[in-house]
Design a protein around this ligand. Structure first.
Ligand code: THU
Length: 139
């Protein structure tokens, strides 16, 4: 299966992730992140980071977007873009969280300062991933 994103899809994802980044609630770190997930039917579902005075409760943009997509009934994703200053790639927790829904996912990592980006598969970002197949309850 060809999982590569088309240029137009990359543009749409970067635009959506950059736009939702403006909604980030990050009064503690002042590090604002936006994420946009492309669904199989072309819809885009977004999320931003949401911080809390109890730091460990902070939500990353990627997980907010993923939970929103699942809540809308979408489990098949074509790609995700993550927008921040400096173009940070998803943290380890987000890599694991996203991997539940497929390791082939293309991750577009973009720097909002100059619009540059790079693309990595989730599998590249999370080699030797843990998955549910080893759990005793796995069917
Ligand atoms: N953050 C994200 O939203 N995504 C990432 O991939 C890295 C970090 C957020 C979490 C926290 O609100 C802030 O950035 C600083 O860590």
């Amino acid at each position: 299966m060809n999982r590569a994103l088309e240029p137009r899809q990359i543009d749409r994802l970067i635009q959506a992730a950059t736009l939702v980044r403006d909604q980030a609630y990050a009064p503690h770190s002042h590090f604002y992140v936006g994420a946009a997930l492309l669904m199989e039917d072309g819809e885009i579902v977004v999320g931003c980071n949401v911080e809390n005075a109890s730091y460990s409760m902070c939500l990353c943009a990627e997980r907010v977007a993923a939970a929103a997509a699942i809540s809308k009934g979408y489990r098949l994703w074509k790609g995700i873009a993550v927008a921040s200053v400096g173009g940070v790639s998803p943290c380890g927790a987000c890599r694991q969280f996203l991997s539940e829904f497929g390791l082939e996912l293309p991750v577009v990592i973009t720097d909002v300062i100059d619009g540059s980006y790079k693309i990595r598969s989730l599998k590249q970002l999370l080699p030797e991933a843990f998955d549910g197949s080893l759990l005793p309850t796995h069917a």
